[in-house]
Write a new protein. Structure first.
Length: 305
């Protein structure tokens, strides 16, 4: 394994992607893996991206034109090389390659290659919140390549950035290695996993989400620790009309998220003296309160009745 990276908690962001609606899981999932949708925890085979077609339209003004797009690829599919696999999903523009150096780590035989800086792929996933090791199995002849992995809600808004990191060369396009990150995922239910590579020149075979955290000994990034160890607190919990935050040493930006990752309330520059939020318009249920100060970025779980 190439490198171990520990993220105490990936920041949550909301960034709308223009003009996209739902696509569906790849129709071959059941025949290939015996499932109807990918799950987290679980293994994501990179070539099993969703059905829905290419977002790129060479005749249009917008880079994202297809309302059911499952990926973006602005180049024609590579054909005629010794490693291209033209028979697999032949109607798609994504470049599929055969993996030529099998090894004991279980490379499955196909990868997505020639990923450029504008390309992205989407996967329907059913998410169970928890503390995960994310391992990406990749190959690249170049150094300082970037891997980017996000979770999107069903409106195609980014609700959590899981991985935004650089990896080093593996020596060639077919010499695979892996990098692992520890990430706490807070959202639950059906989402989209988005993979991209802002600096091109990398091939990926699969992504694993599991609970094998022994590599991260000494880390305190689990969800329970994040909820319980900070001197910041929210009260009362359960709450009804008002929610207060104690322990602030300066102004804070507050986002309250539903369990599906949607921001339902935002307060900027909450002060020490005015540290109470009006939550009277929120429906009863479980929520996550993101508190971001100059020195901290933590999450608290609260029940609203």
């Amino acid at each position: 394994m190439k490198k171990i990276t520990n993220f105490t908690l990936s920041a949550l962001f909301i960034m709308a992607l223009p003009n996209l609606t739902a696509q569906v899981p790849w129709s071959g999932l059941n025949d290939s893996l015996g499932i109807s949708i990918f799950t987290i925890p679980g293994k994501i085979e990179i070539e099993y991206f969703d059905d829905g077609g290419n977002a790129y339209d060479p005749t249009g003004d917008s880079l994202i034109n297809n309302p059911t797009a499952a990926y973006y690829d602005d180049t024609e599919r590579k054909t005629g090389t010794s490693t291209t696999v033209e028979s697999f999903r032949p109607d798609e523009d994504v470049d599929i390659q055969a993996v030529v150096n099998y090894d004991s780590l279980g490379v499955n035989g196909l990868k997505v290659g020639w990923v450029s800086e504008t390309d992205w792929l989407l996967y329907s996933v059913n998410v169970t919140p928890g503390d995960y090791r994310i391992m990406i199995w990749y190959a690249t002849p170049q150094s300082n390549r970037t891997l980017y992995l996000e979770l999107l809600n069903k409106d195609k808004e980014v609700v959590q950035i899981l991985v935004n990191d650089t990896v080093e060369t593996t020596g060639s396009n077919f010499n695979f290695d892996s990098t692992a990150w520890r990430v706490s995922i807070l959202v639950t239910g059906e989402h989209y996993l988005k993979f991209s590579n802002p600096l091109k020149g990398i091939g990926v075979d699969y992504i694993i989400f599991d609970n094998n955290l022994s590599e991260f000994e000494g880390s305190t990034s689990s969800i329970e620790n994040l909820f319980q160890t900070s001197e910041l607190s929210v009260y009362p919990n359960p709450a009804t009309e008002k929610l207060s935050i104690s322990g602030l040493t300066g102004n804070a930006d507050i986002n309250i998220y539903s369990t599906t990752g949607v921001i339902v309330k935002t307060v900027h520059n909450l002060s020490i003296s005015e540290n109470t939020l009006d939550i009277s318009k929120l429906k009863a249920g479980m929520y996550y309160v993101s508190i971001k100060t100059q020195n901290k970025d933590i999450i608290k779980k609260v029940l609203i009745k």
